[in-house]
Design a protein around this ligand. Structure first.
Ligand code: 2NL
Length: 330
C-alpha cells in the first residue's frame, strides 16, 4: 500500500484513510455499489473488495502505530534528562562585613552577660540629646552634625548614636542592666574615606551596685583580647563626653606595626577603638536610676572602624556601595 507507507505524519495518514475508506472514499463507494449489482456479480465483487478493505485497514493501523512510536522516540530523545549529572549549586551569599563584625562584638559581650537590644532609627531630640546632658544650643551639639526630619520643627531626628536606645533600656528595666545596642546611626557629614553620613555603632551599658571604672577596664581588656588576639596591648586615655564622667578613650596596640609606629597609627603605636566612661549621675537620674544606689559605665564603638581594622580596609565607603566584587571577598 504505497500511499499508506508514504504517509509520514498522522495528518497525512488521516487523509489517505479518508480518500479510500471515508464517507466518500473510493473503496467505500465501491462497496456501497455492490448492493446494486446483479445477483451473479455481487458475491464476486464482494469477495474481491472485502479483503482489500481489511488489508487497507490493517495497513493503516499498523502505519499509525509506527508513526506514534516514532513520535514517542523523538520526544523521548528531545526531553532526555541525565539524572547522573551533578546538581547546580546555588550561590550561598554571606553576611555583610559590618553585620558579621557587629555579631562578633555581640557574641563576645554576650559571654559577659550583655543582652542585645534594638531601638528606633528615628528619635526625638529629647532622647537623642537632652536626656544625655546635651541641652539645645549647648556647644556640645557641635560634636554631632544632625539630620532632622523635615516638617517636625527639629522635634524628630535621625539618631546620631545608639545612646537613646540605652536611655530607653534604663527607663524600662531595673538594674542590674547589661545592655548592648548595635545599630545604624546618621550624621550630617561630608563623605570621605573615614566619614559617612551613615555608620554602625555598638554601645554597651552596665548599671549595677558598685560598678566602677575598674569593672569597665577589666571587661574592655577581655573584649580587646577576644576580638584582636590574646597578646593585644591596651591603654586608657582621658576623654570627654557630656554623658559620662569621667570619660576615657580606649586604645589597643597598633595591629599593623605592633606598636613601633606606622601610617595606620599616625606613628603613635596605638589605635583608638572606642570611647567610654562612667555614666553621668544626671543621666542615670534621667533614666530613672538613683545614682546613690547604682553606678554604671557605658562605651561606644564604631562598627565600621572595627571592621576596617579586622579586614585591613582603608576606605569605609566600600561598606555602603553594594559592590559584589567587594562583598564576595568575605
Ligand atoms: C564613641 C563613644 C560613647 C557612650 C557612648 C552612653 C550612653 C548612655 C549614657 C552614657 Cl545612655 N554613655 N554612651 C558613652 C561614652 C562613649 O561612644 O566614640 N562611639 C563611637
Amino acid at each position: 500500500m504505497p500511499a499508506v507507507e508514504r504517509a509520514d505524519d498522522p495528518d497525512e495518514l488521516d487523509s489517505v484513510e479518508a480518500a479510500y475508506l471515508g464517507r466518500n472514499g473510493e473503496l467505500r463507494q465501491l462497496l456501497a455499489g455492490i448492493g446494486k449489482l446483479s445477483g451473479e456479480d455481487r458475491p464476486k465483487v464482494g469477495a474481491a473488495a472485502n479483503p482489500i478493505r481489511e488489508e487497507l485497514e490493517a495497513a493503516i493501523s499498523k502505519r499509525r502505530a509506527k508513526l506514534e512510536s516514532i513520535a514517542l522516540d523523538v520526544r523521548l530523545a528531545r526531553e532526555k534528562t541525565d539524572v547522573t549529572l551533578p546538581g547546580r549549586t546555588l550561590p550561598r551569599g554571606s553576611l555583610h562585613p559590618l553585620i558579621e563584625t557587629g555579631r562578633e562584638i555581640a557574641r563576645i559581650w554576650g559571654q559577659f552577660g550583655f543582652v542585645v537590644y534594638e531601638s528606633p532609627e528615628v528619635e526625638t531630640d529629647e532622647l537623642n540629646f537632652e536626656l544625655l546632658n546635651i541641652p539645645p544650643d549647648h556647644p556640645a551639639r557641635d560634636l554631632w552634625d544632625t539630620m532632622y526630619v523635615a516638617g517636625t520643627d527639629r522635634h524628630y531626628l535621625l539618631r546620631t548614636h545608639t545612646s537613646p536606645g540605652q536611655m530607653r533600656v534604663m527607663r524600662s528595666t531595673k538594674p542590674p542592666i547589661r545592655a548592648l545596642l548595635p545599630g545604624r546611626c546618621f550624621r550630617y557629614e561630608a563623605v570621605d574615606a573615614s566619614h559617612g553620613f551613615e555608620f554602625f555603632q555598638v554601645e554597651g551599658l552596665m548599671v549595677d551596685e558598685g560598678t566602677t571604672l575598674a569593672t569597665l577596664r577589666g571587661l574592655l581588656d577581655e573584649f580587646a583580647r577576644a576580638m584582636f588576639g590574646p597578646t593585644t596591648a591596651t591603654r586608657f586615655r582621658p576623654g570627654y563626653y557630656p554623658f559620662t564622667e569621667p570619660s576615657v578613650a580606649f586604645d589597643i596596640g597598633c595591629l599593623i606595626c605592633g606598636g613601633s609606629g606606622c601610617a595606620a597609627c599616625k606613628r603613635t603605636g596605638w589605635l583608638t577603638i572606642l570611647g567610654a566612661g562612667m555614666v553621668h549621675p544626671q543621666v542615670l537620674r534621667n533614666g530613672g536610676i538613683d545614682p546613690e544606689m547604682h553606678q554604671g559605665f557605658a562605651f561606644g564603638m564604631g562598627t565600621d572602624r572595627i571592621a576596617m581594622l579586622r579586614h585591613g580596609i582603608s576606605d569605609l565607603r566600600v561598606f555602603f556601595q553594594d559592590d559584589l566584587r567587594f562583598l564576595e571577598s568575605f
